[in-house]
Design a protein around this ligand. Sequence first.
Ligand code: ADP
Ligand code: MG
Length: 734
Amino acid sequence: PVHRTPEIQEARLKLPILAEEQVVMEAINDNPIVIICGETGSGKTTQVPQFLYEAGYASSGGIIGITEPRRVAAVSMSQRVAKEMNLSHRVVSYQIRYEGNVTDETRIKFMTDGVLLKEIQKDFLLSKYKVIIIDEAHERSMYTDILIGLLSRIVPLRHKKGLPLKLIIMSATLRVEDFTANTRLFSVQPPVIQVDARQFPVTVHFNKKTPLDDYSGECFRKVCKIHRMLPAGGILVFLTGQAEVHSLCRRLRKAFPYQKNSTAGNAVETTLPKIDLNNYSVVPPDEGDEDRDFDSDDDAAGSDLDLDLGDGDSGEDEKSDSSLPLYVLPLYSLLAPEKQAKVFRPPPPGTRLCVVATNVAETSLTIPGIKYVVDSGREKRRCYDRITGVSSFRVSWVCQASAEQRAGRAGRTEPGHCYRLYSSAVFMDFEKFSAPEITKRPVEDLILQMKALNIEKVINFPFPTPPPTEALAAAEELLIALGALKELKQQLAAKLSCPISPLGRVMATFPVAPRYAKMLALSRQHQCLPYTITIVSAMTVRELFEELDRPAGSEEEAAQLKGRRARFLQMQKVWAGQGPMQKLGDLMVMLGAVGACEYSGCTREFCEQNGLRHKAMLEIRRLRGQLTTAVNSVCRDAGLYVDPKMEPPTEAQVTYLRQIVLAGLGDHLARRVQAEELLDDKWRNAYKTALLEDPVFIHPSSVLFKELPEFVVYQEIVETTKLYMKGVSAVEPE
Ligand code: ADP
Ligand code: MG
């Protein structure tokens, strides 16, 4: 029996899915596979696990597993469900790549989709689970897709064994044909339960004009207008990245300062932002409105006209107004968890909440009390070349489905408004849905995992949407080059059916990309393992260093940033080591930075002083621990442990490390263009790679930027103004 507090019980009863509990549970009892569709915020993630628990699916030792594509969601949802059910974290737990709080008592387990895929490797039938819920299936993350494919086979196998497993797929949109209409995936079409969205109407206001570049400024002006003119209610702004989020937060805080200790903070709750009634009359929106209204663009009629703020170029002044405190919070995935959690708490009395977010706030987290959404219509995506793996971050238009999700965030608790900073004509040109991740990125890590599951003919796998054949071929070729797959005779290899090699099996046990796994598998000699583990952890976690080139909000901040940048450059030289060590380049810097940080106890102060991202350093620490355990278990005599006082490597070890790095990143080799080859000026200081026609360059942030060694290997190529190599190391190929 579950004992919920009266407050929780009351909040639950408001969720649309509660009304469907019986329908949902009957469908699950009667069918092995069920699909549940329901608007974000309808209660799928927090309630369905509770229904199952109360129906006895976790009794007699079984576990209810829920997968999430995002780490933030796995952690925060497990905490929420534990709280709602009044159960301890020992019973409602989470596991993400680097950490978790799962115990023997765990009955409801939230995890990232990648974690469950690893578990399938250890126990293909997932025997300890009674139910698997695949959440946020509409996001079509690569691991979610692959799990659905695998589970389509595991469910019948478990049935045959007389130990049935239930599979529940949950999606925020109704677009599930890729799952339902795919007979290779599910030969019997699973029932789809639709949870009626008890959303309040959201009125959508399009801009007449579409700002082409300064959408951030446009967001600022729109928020100012909403805050000055419209009734109480939280504002949620969608921007594309961390730097933009911070810069808008700064501007808004300056315009509407909120002092923690000001009297406003102690005032009674009713001091809402003032509305200037002389300039403005507020008419409440018509509650009877049907769903959402997309037609208010050029239309001058309608009861919402008074809330239509028009396009924002009417000279909003930026002078600060402390009589209207705005409680501004940033939200993005790299933000420290304790800062992320702030958005769930009510804002201080007398202030209005304004969350400036990236698309993490789109479907996985529901922020309470949002009445106004300001949508820039853009998102930042990491785009890959499927074959070369070259990636670039591009700001592009969202798809229509995302724009609708964003708008929906305004109608959770009362009727709301969404201000789209683009015209309805531009919206009509958006793609309807974005393509599944699996079709857009290199798949070598996925293919290695699949081969480790003895799925040799990956091309026959029941993918919800298959990756392009050329991406499969590129992955298979790389894995053969790394020695992870046994090369078969030519004509067989062309059919993409090479089996895994013993080395590949070892590599597949490390939770890192195949290139890095190869480096780990090679590091037994010369006591290099602790160093390789550290370098691989740092390369996997990414974004170790704080962005110190960011634009400053004030002169004071600019001076401070300049000082920190100078300090960082100094430290970078120290970490890069001396003499032959310097040849390891950026990887030596990573090693040195992690070593120094651990030596100092990995404190926040040390990180701040030295330009390191504290959250990244903590993740590296966890991943080092995890990789150390993984290495010890394949190589029983290694006896490794994570040493916080790790000595720097010797010269001989550095030489050996460079060979290891070359073995792992061998296909990422680049040769400096020689003077006699310099026919075109665009090749000045450039490198030539095997995969690309175009010149590539060492990124200016690299310690080897001035050095220009003849041969280098790189961690990745990122395209900005040019093709830049990052994570660069000098090598001497044989
Ligand atoms: P869905 O999965 O259908 O999108 P959820 O189950 O995530 O819906 O959310 C249901 C409700 O639970 C939402 O109103 C949301 O605001 C609330 N909720 C979720 N997490 C928290 C939290 N940490 N604190 C307070 N409320 C929360
Ligand atoms: Mg959810």
